[in-house]
Write a protein that binds this ligand. Structure first.
Ligand SMILES: [Zn+2]
Length: 427
């Protein structure tokens, strides 16, 4: 369609037009593509779409997109969100013999990749397992369900600096030894608006990523906004063949595409907020759960799945240095002191660490910098830095301690008036 001489052709993978129509790239035959237009609840195939002065054309495989990208061949109907979800879970179980919770997590992740540009943080997952071959089998299967999946052995962001408009791929990175630099990159690019300024392309657009590891060396570095999937089979798994995988993708990609087209505008607006989780795990549950605006059942399941991860996060926090300093501050509050100095807090904090047998102490300087991060109004007097334990200040200390779930509140304490007014702990 040559509309006018000033029309600009843009190869796209996906677009949402201002009046709500959606365009999606679909595969037509082995290596050619076309566009699918979604208007008022109906899909139609077209070669290009003119909108104002822009002419949207399908991105070309091998030119704009890597050959191995997974694309739907059209749309096809599904029974319900819950049914589609359950069928995907079932396939992870029957083919890769994944344990139920891990199969569910994989299914939640797959759905979330179809709405990557709608929500923050962007889907990230770490897949662990004992056997690298079994892990790679799982990645192959996961590929059938993720949006615009691109399997890579090693991931170099610079290789994806020229992707077409609306392409928000899912990188399935099979490198069994991902570097800490890669992990930091995937963490830093999880939120929109935090793209790294030095280059264009993938760093400045939402994308999903799955990394694998067969060891525990990265354990401490995995952010709690990452899904964790253990791909260890529970029984002897099936041997996958390329034909079977293609069949699965051919069945599910069109259904997942239809699910996206029908639900995209709502997923972008709905904000599922699980009230029993907090911090990073809450953000992750919100992203995964929001993909199902109508299913209370799936909301409950995602919360249940993430509860162990949330508990782990709380325990980690409770052990961190800030928590120890807060605990020391709470002791000072409960002793009825009118003011405290950094040295006294350091002494109390080290007493707690001693009792716990952690085998290390905190220097007053370190305690000072932690205290500064709490904004309690540190002032210097003849005895060094310190502050008044005003009621306001005590309240803030209690709130901070409560937010971090410090062990202080679980011990046998005489509750002060502020303690009594704290909301019940989520634990
Ligand atoms: Zn108290």
């Amino acid at each position: 369609m040559a509309a006018s001489g000033i029309s600009v052709s843009s190869p796209i993978a996906s677009a949402v037009l201002p009046h709500g129509d959606q365009l999606e790239l679909i595969r037509k035959g082995e290596n050619s593509t076309s566009l699918l237009r979604w208007t008022g609840g109906r899909a139609s195939k077209c070669r290009d779409v003119q909108f104002g002065r822009r002419r949207f054309i399908p991105a070309a495989i091998d030119e704009d997109l890597p050959t191995e990208i997974t694309l739907a061949t059209g749309v096809s109907d599904y029974k319900s969100a819950a049914d589609l979800f359950d069928r995907i879970v079932h396939i992870f179980q029957s083919i890769c013999a994944l344990e139920q919770n891990n199969a569910e997590m994989a299914a939640f992740l797959a759905f979330a990749t179809h709405f990557v540009e709608c929500r923050d943080p962007a889907p990230r997952a770490i897949v662990t397992g004992i056997d690298t071959w079994e892990i790679s089998q799982f990645l192959q299967l996961l590929r059938s369900f993720c949006r615009h999946a691109i399997p890579v052995a090693r991931f170099a962001p610079a290789d994806y600096s020229n992707l077409p408009g609306g392409c928000s791929p899912t990188f399935l990175i099979s490198d069994p030894r991902p570097s800490t630099a890669l992990l930091k990159f995937l963490d830093a690019t999880q939120r929109s608006g935090f793209g790294m300024a030095q280059s264009k392309g993938i760093v400045n657009r939402p994308f999903s990523a799955v990394i694998v590891t067969s060891g525990h060396d990265l354990d401490d570095m995995i952010p709690n906004t990452f899904c964790r999937i253990n791909a260890t089979p529970q029984i002897r798994p099936q041997l996958l063949d390329a034909k079977a995988l293609r069949r699965i993708a051919k069945t599910f990609q069109p259904q997942l595409l239809l699910y996206r087209l029908k639900n995209r505008s709502r997923v972008a607006k709905v904000n599922f907020d699980p009230d029993t989780l907090s911090g990073a795990t809450r953000a992750l549950a919100s992203v995964l759960g929001s993909c199902f605006p109508d299913s209370e059942e799936l909301h409950k399941r995602v919360v249940k799945l993430l509860e162990p991860q949330d508990e782990e996060r709380r325990l980690d926090h409770a052990r961190c240095e800030s928590a120890v300093v807060l605990e020391a501050l709470l002791i000072a509050c409960h002793e009825g002191r009118a003011s405290v100095h950094v040295g006294e807090i350091a002494e109390l904090a080290n007493g707690i660490l001693d009792l716990r047998g952690d085998g290390y102490g905190l220097e007053a300087r370190k305690v000072g910098s932690i205290l500064r991060s709490f904004s309690l109004g540190l002032r210097r007097d003849s005895r060094g830095y310190g502050f008044l334990l005003s009621t306001e200040c005590q309240r803030r200390i209690h709130q901070l301690g409560h937010a971090l779930d410090v062990p202080f509140f679980q011990g046998k304490i005489d509750k002060c008036d502020i303690c009594k007014n704290l909301p019940p702990s989520a634990l």
